[in-house]
Design a protein around this ligand. Sequence first.
Ligand code: HEC
Length: 122
Amino acid sequence: MSRSARTSRNSRTARTLARAVTGALLALGTLAVQAQTTGRPTPEALKLRALAATCAHCHGTDGRAVEGEATIRLAGLPADYLLTQLMAFRSGQRPATIMHQITRGYSQEQLESLSTYFAGLK
Ligand code: HEC
């Protein structure tokens, strides 16, 4: 066998090998992506977290007010209590400095979701 024929067969083998390796890596990559997505929060959960983040300025991250700060804790309060307060702010039944305005920016469904969300946090 001539030297050039051997070289070309070697390079063909190398190309075949490279394709096989690339294929295997792509398959692994797909598996990794699938594994990652199954452990991720659903789009609904992310939306709810984003909605709750609009309360974080005044009530702390995830409604966890820091002890001694001027913020009011929401995390872990009963959902029906939270919703009652939010609806009372919204209707003006409970006087407020700011919450009467804030609650009018949310639908009742959003306030219900937020109440359940904060109640579920510790
Ligand atoms: C700009 C600051 C601010 C933001 C933002 C804010 N709050 Fe408030 N929140 C207050 C203040 C201040 C009070 C006390 C009532 C008042 O004066 O408005 C309060 C009171 C409350 C109360 C009553 C707590 C209790 O124990 O009686 C609830 C429930 C509440 N907020 C929920 C929320 C939710 C849910 C959000 C996000 C949608 C939110 N707040 C966003 C400032 C804020």
